[in-house]
Write a protein that binds this ligand. Structure first.
Ligand SMILES: Cc1cc2nc3c(=O)[nH]c(=O)nc-3n(C[C@H](O)[C@H](O)[C@H](O)COP(=O)(O)OP(=O)(O)OC[C@H]3O[C@@H](n4cnc5c(N)ncnc54)[C@H](O)[C@@H]3O)c2cc1C
Length: 420
């Protein structure tokens, strides 16, 4: 069997590793001149800026990959005892993620705190329910609107009112093994004594992981070689790349849905049309320098707030990245985002940062993702119609979990299926 992989982001790289370790003939192509896709670090004046993920949870799968690649001594641990804040009513309140925080936070009224305790009496998600309706029904309006909704939907840039449970949070809860009650699941987890894996990154940024994977498997990975189209041929597929044609038995695609649609148009017109239905939200990332000395992991900004950013990561605090903060902007929080110049986006982020923290900030870099994150909005019903023909596989964040540990697990699972 020969497998052709489109893309050398973390999904493609993990798949190459998993298949090569099973002695499968695998070849991957990426259009960019460096590996990692979204998982990319940029160095600006001795600073490490994370263009995509800011940090990881060191799950067992990730740890074994890091050991195999001899990257253990490059690890830098974050302080996950620090709180996450939400910007509410003109000030920062602690997001209640532990029992102590739940009791002490000023984010919720005493009645709203008691209302959360009624959650086990409420039923499981309903088929046509939005994330906002589900969280409100389970936990009450204050908890749903002030922090639970933003905590889940923030990175996707989609309002919880536009996310359907079976296509977003419902899938995540099911995969985590949550049945009727989220609260009882949390309590069981706490009682089991199983620790949450620590937060980590690498000294030179998260980009060290894809770089090391690429170095370990560079014979099988061709950078600066875009796949231009995929055609069915007798018993397999022809990958037309900028460097020639590669004939393979199985094809795995890892890019966003729109790119998959372009590439698969010659294979299956219905599949192409289905892939075009998935929405993505653009994301603007603004890197700020500030003397703000708050202790925390970051700030959520609820979608209905008048602040024009969707959140902040406090890299300076929990990762000890000197004076560095990362600010997120999306078209829901700032409808003019797409038209703004980088300079204007930087100024907007610095202004909103000062409004939230009270401290001035200077923009040092702007990066834009478009497509950014899968929106997991109502367009995700398209997943019910996604029926790839034999030999075509998706190992992407739009069909499965988007987090890095989830991407690695999905790649390992697909490698097992392909070799079963
Ligand atoms: C701003 C942001 C912050 C995030 N934060 C976190 C976080 O804190 N923690 C976390 O766990 N996850 C986070 N995520 C999610 C996670 O980073 C992504 O889901 C994951 O990196 C996706 O990896 P991938 O390999 O599936 O896709 P990608 O990284 O998109 O890789 C796809 C690859 O395909 C290549 N490609 C595209 N077209 C072609 C073509 N025609 N031919 C060849 N190659 C092609 C691209 O160059 C790219 O390298 C974040 C995502 C974003 C956008």
């Amino acid at each position: 069997m020969t497998v052709g992989v489109v893309g050398a982001g973390i999904s493609g790289l993990s798949l190459v590793r998993s298949l090569a370790d099973r002695d499968v003939d695998v070849v991957a192509f990426d259009k960019r001149d460096s590996p990692g896709g979204i998982m990319r670090s940029k160095h600006v004046d001795d600073r490490v800026l994370e263009l995509g993920p800011q940090r990881l949870r060191l799950t067992p799968g990730l740890e074994s990959m890091i050991d195999d690649l001899d990257l253990g001594d490059r690890l830098r641990y974050g302080d996950d005892d620090q709180p996450i804040y939400v910007y509410h009513d003109g000030s920062l309140s602690v997001v209640p993620l532990s029992v102590r925080e739940a009791i002490t936070t000023d984010l919720l009224s005493p009645a709203a705190k008691l209302r959360i305790l009624a959650e086990p009496l409420t039923g499981p998600p309903r088929a046509d329910e939005t994330v906002d309706a589900f969280l409100t029904r389970k936990f009450g309006k204050q908890a749903a609107r002030r922090y639970l909704g933003p905590l889940y939907s923030g990175l996707y840039g989609t309002h919880p009112k536009n996310m359907l449970m079976p296509y977003s949070l419902g899938r995540a809860l099911e995969k985590a093994g949550v049945e009727r009650s989220v609260l009882l699941w949390v309590v069981r987890k706490l009682l089991s004594g199983r620790e949450t894996p620590p937060i980590c990154t690498f000294e030179g940024g998260l980009g060290e992981l894809p770089s090391a994977l690429y170095e370990a498997y560079d014979d099988q990975i061709h950078l600066e070689t875009p796949v231009e189209r995929i055609e069915p041929v007798d018993g397999g597929y022809a990958l037309h790349t900028s460097a020639g044609i590669e004939y393979v038995d199985e094809v795995v695609l890892t890019p966003p849905a729109g790119v998959c649609a372009d590439l698969l148009a010659p294979v299956d017109a219905d599949l192409e049309a289905t892939l075009r239905r998935f929405n993505y939200n653009p994301i603007g990332m603004v890197y700020l320098e500030s003397d703000f000395d708050g202790t925390g992991i970051g700030t959520l900004v609820p979608p209905d707030s008048d602040v024009r950013i969707s959140g902040l990561t406090w890299n300076a605090s929990f990762l000890e990245r000197d004076r560095l903060f990362t600010c997120y902007v999306d078209p829901n929080t700032d409808p003019e985002m797409q038209e703004r110049s980088d300079d204007s986006l930087g100024k907007l982020a610095a202004t909103e940062f000062e409004r939230i923290t009270g401290a001035p900030a200077e923009p040092i870099h702007v990066h834009r993702w478009n497509p950014g994150m899968p929106a997991y909005d109502r367009s995700w019903t398209a997943i019910d119609d996604l029926e790839p023909p034999a030999g075509i596989h998706f190992c992407t964040n739009f069909v499965d979990r988007p987090g890095i540990p989830g991407r690695i697990r999905a790649a390992n699972r697909l490698a097992r299926e392909l070799t079963a």
